[in-house]
Write a protein that binds this ligand. Sequence first.
Ligand SMILES: C[S@@+](CC[C@H](N)C(=O)[O-])C[C@H]1O[C@@H](n2cnc3c(N)ncnc32)[C@H](O)[C@@H]1O
Length: 203
Amino acid sequence: MKDIYKLLYTLTYFISLVPMKIYDILHGTEFSKIEKTGDKDGRFEYYPSPIFSFVLLKRYINLFLQGGKGHAILDIGCGKGYMLNFFRRYTFDKISGLEYDKKLCIKAKKNLKKLHSNIKIYNIDAIDFPAYKYYDVFYMYNPFDEHIMELCIEKILESLKENPRKITVIYCNPLYENVLIKKGFKVKKVFYYKTKVFELYGD
Ligand SMILES: C[S@@+](CC[C@H](N)C(=O)[O-])C[C@H]1O[C@@H](n2cnc3c(N)ncnc32)[C@H](O)[C@@H]1O
């Protein structure tokens, strides 16, 4: 049963790349191409978020995040910036991405420039990012393994000391959700296409 589910997921994932490819052709961007950078010490390679999770994600942003107003969102491991472009449709006060791979960062900047966006992209590892305190919503599409996840979440929690706030983590393909649960996050929503939303009220 598990194998059938895995196969279905893989199949639908590749189907989801088709509209993305069409978008790329129409806009001269390069979001859809998967990059075989390999697993670098638990840092997973680039593949864009599956568009099948978007229907519920859109509804979630509108219903629970006021369409973005009053919130600052950071894509941790933003790759070529596909989700940053998606978040532009909303009224987030701030949208940024961070990406450790320099080549991907350059591609993300190029993609967003083509779309006339000046969203900030930081070329930095998630475990070294010094500015989590400026964000309250974090998006991740399975960027790294459990160990890095732990270090990254610790860093986000550390930022609560300087800026106490409610934190939301939107985690697509949440392989290491146990880290969030261990650190006190509660599951707020489960989307059918392997996406979960977690919340933590920091004081
Ligand atoms: C599955 S891709 C997701 C890309 C993008 N968020 C999206 O949804 O389309 C994961 C990305 O995380 C990046 N990544 C992996 N480990 C990282 C780390 N420690 N710090 C920053 N980025 C990382 C990878 O290079 C890759 O681009």
